[in-house]
Structure formats: C-alpha cells, structure tokens
Write a protein that binds this ligand. Structure first.
Ligand code: JEB
Length: 418
C-alpha cells in the first residue's frame, strides 16, 4: 500500500530536498507519495493574500483560517479515508519524538495520509487546528521539533518527514541499524563509533574494540553510552528510574576497576598526589584484584547498575579490625565498609544511599552486629552521609596511600538485628 504525505506551504521550494536521498528512495520505490502544495493556490484575492493583522494587537501577521480551510479541505478530501493526521509544526507544540515518528510511519505504511501545515509569520489562526480536531475524523497534532525559534514550519516538516520515511520498510538499506536503535540502548545516547585507520593524528581507536571479545566490547559500549547520557542528558538518566543494586559477578571485575579508578582519587584529600593515588589504584583496585575479591568469601561486593553499566559499588570486608586503635574504638565491629563509591556524574540521585542501605541489610543478614569504616577527616560530605545512615564517630586511625600517611576518623554502625 502506498502511504501519502502532503505538505502545504507558501514556500514549496523549501521542500526541494525531499527529491533527494532516502525520502526520494521511498518515493521512487513507490512506498510513499509526497505532494507539496502552494498554499496561495487557495487564496482568493488578486494579491493571493494568506495573512492578516492579529486580533488583540501585537507585532507581525497571522495566517488566515479561511485560506487554510479551503486548502486542507481539498487536500484531505483527495487523500485516503483510512486514517488522516494533520501535523501543525509550531514552537508551542508538544515535542516531536521518535515515538511519534514511529506512530506516523505506521499510519503512512498502512496507507494513511499525513498532512503537514507549514505556517509562517506568527503562525496559523488557532481555529484551524481546532476545526479539524473537532470534526473527529482527522487526528490533529501541534508539534515542535525543539526549543529554538525558526521562521516557519517548512524545516520542521523536512525533519519530520525524514524521521518518518526512514522507518518505512525498504527505505533504509540495513534494517539492523533500526533494530539496534529501538532496543539495545533504548533511552540512552549512542556510544561513540570508530573506523579505519586504527591510529589517526595521534589518536588510537580504543583497544577493546580491536580485541574481538564481544562481551567486553558490549560492556564497554554500554559504559560509554551511559556516561555520555549522564553528562549530556541527565533527564534521560532520571527517566531510567532507580539503579539496581545487586551482588557483583565475576564479569563485573573490569567495570569495578574502572569505577574504582575514577572514584578513588576524588575521595582522597588534596595532599595525596595523583601519582600516589594511581599507585594505590593499580595495586589494590585493578580488575585482577577485584576478580580476587569476588572469589573471596570474606569480601562482599555490591554494585549499582544503571542501564546495564556499573556506576557504583560497595566493598564489605568481613573480619575483626586488624588495627589496634580501630579495634579499641569499635570492639563489636565484625566487618569494615571498605568502599562506598558512586561515579561523580551519577551523584545526587540517591544511589549511594541505595547501595549503603543494601549493604547494611546484607551485613545484618550475615549475622554481623556492627560495622566500622574509615573516612578522611577533611571529607565532611562523606561524614554527613554516613552519619545520616546511622554511623557514629568513635575514634581515629592512620593509614597510608603510597608515600603519605593519612588521618581518618573511625565511624561505627550498630546493626539492629543480631
Ligand atoms: C514552526 C514558526 C514563529 C513564534 C515565533 C516564531 C510558523 N521548533 C520550532 N521552532 N520554531 C518552529 C518550530 C517547530 N516545529 C516554528 C512553525 C512556524 C516556527 N513560525 C515562526 C512563530 N511563533 C511560524
């Protein structure tokens, strides 16, 4: 069945790009008819006027409803009676989304008609949309392609038609790219992509992509997609809902090492040099170390997972404190909360609280009656956080990061159930 798109505009020449590329292909393949109509055809006066001054005053001109009425009546009467949608691009419209593009592609594929009413000046008299919506047979949507101001609806119509036409079967050469788009990374920005040459102007393609290890490649792409989304579109991260907290698996080791490498230096006091922090991370927080931790029955690692990427973790180390001062300060502590980190881009969403709550529950289930932790004296934010979750300051200790001796407060938490 041939779908149909009609565009009404006072600048038909603006729609010339429709002859090109993929929209042109859909048309050539007979999947799609696109007709562009000059609105002035339906003007009645000698000057073919389509606009007039706004009632209520104000700058600019408004497009007359009578001209639009004649034009739309005619274009809709010659269209399919299956299903008809009139789209009115306007900066005041509902957002035009991929979901709406998919809905419209279905309509057009099913032989329906899509009419795009492109305004100019200050827009189209509001009664036009109301009129066709009221008649009932036509679905009317006022849409906006984004939060910026254009001079008219033509460019928006081009955007909408391209987004719809590429979803029609046979328009895109490789339908795999559509499948990948619609699930896989749903709700996330795309991961970065690379091709030959493997080294270009001193920049190398990330090694993992040359490894042939599809598991690693998949996890790396997930990680990049989630990171990018957090940096550029925090609204999309919010829409994913809360992270999942779960016990870490062997396959998480690399992700954990990466999160550790990115979070540990941030939690260090300024006196710890980047070199010292890096040495500590390499020695204690490598993927290999995490693989060892994950096999060790006395270490419990929980991860916070968001859209399939690890964004935070806790490490609980079971056993009485080795340090004498700690043992004196927290005599009942049967385990250390050794790490509780969330990537910086994911702060402020309650992830650390979720992780900590789950870790405390795990400790209680394991029969522990108290936990201890060390927190740098300068890190007031962390102290407040642990305080809010039931930890109290019970003493101090020293420990070393590389060449530096650091002074920590010791905090302890008595668990409710024994
Ligand atoms: C669409 C249009 C105009 C106020 C200011 C300017 C008809 N995302 C978008 N930005 N601008 C438009 C749009 C969409 N979709 C858009 C149609 C018209 C702008 N103007 C100019 C109208 N009102 C006239």
């Amino acid at each position: 069945m041939t779908g149909r798109i009609d565009v009404l505009t006072i600048f038909p020449g603006y729609l010339a790009p429709l002859e090109l590329s993929l929209v042109g292909k859909a048309r050539a393949a007979g999947l799609l008819t696109v007709d562009v109509h000059d609105l002035r055809t339906w003007a009645s006066d000698r000057h073919r006027t389509v606009d007039d001054t706004p009632f209520g005053g104000g700058a600019g001109m408004v497009m007359r409803p009578d001209v639009w009425g004649l034009a739309l009546d005619e274009v809709l009467s010659t269209g399919a009676d299956v299903s008809q949608t009139v789209l009115i691009p306007t900066p005041a419209g509902e957002p035009f989304t991929q979901a709406l593009a998919e809905e419209l592609a279905l309509l057009v594929c099913a032989g329906g008609q899509l009419a795009l009413a492109c305004g100019r000046y200050e827009g189209i008299d509001a009664r036009v949309g109301e009129h066709y919506a009221r008649a009932g047979e036509v679905n009317v949507r006022e849409v906006s392609i984004g939060d910026y101001v254009l001079n008219g609806g033509e460019v928006a119509a081009l955007v909408i038609i391209e987004a719809v036409a590429r979803l029609m079967p046979g328009v895109i050469g490789n339908p795999d790219s559509l499948v990948e788009e619609s699930h896989g990374s749903a709700g996330l920005l795309e991961y970065p992509v690379y091709t030959k040459p493997p080294s270009w102007r001193g920049q190398d393609v990330p090694e993992v992509l040359l490894s042939g290890d599809h598991g690693r490649i998949g996890r790396w792409r997930r990680r990049r997609a989630v990171d990018r989304t957090a940096q550029r579109r925090p609204d999309l991260i919010e829409a994913l809902g809360p992270a999942q907290v779960r016990p870490a698996r062997a396959l998480d080791a690399e992700a954990l090492a990466e999160v550790a490498a990115r979070t540990f230096p941030l939690a260090c006091p300024p006196s710890v040099t980047p070199t010292d922090a890096a040495a500590f991370v390499a020695e204690n927080l490598s993927a290999e170390q995490f693989r060892r931790y994950l096999r060790d029955r006395r270490r419990h690692v929980l991860v916070a997972e968001l859209a399939g990427a690890v964004v935070g973790y806790t490490l609980l180390v079971v056993g009485a404190p080795e340090n004498e001062r700690v043992r004196a300060a927290a005599p009942d502590a049967g385990a250390e909360l050794s790490k509780c980190y969330v990537l910086e881009d994911f702060h402020g969403q309650g992830l650390a609280a979720l992780l900590l709550t789950e870790t405390l529950a795990l400790a209680a289930r394991s029969g522990l009656t108290a936990l201890w932790l060390g927190v740098n004296r300068a890190n007031e934010r962390a102290q407040r956080f642990y305080g809010k979750h039931g930890f109290e300051r019970v003493g101090e200790r020293t420990f070393t990061v590389g060449t530096r001796t650091e002074h920590d407060y010791v905090m302890a938490h008595t668990l409710r159930s024994a």
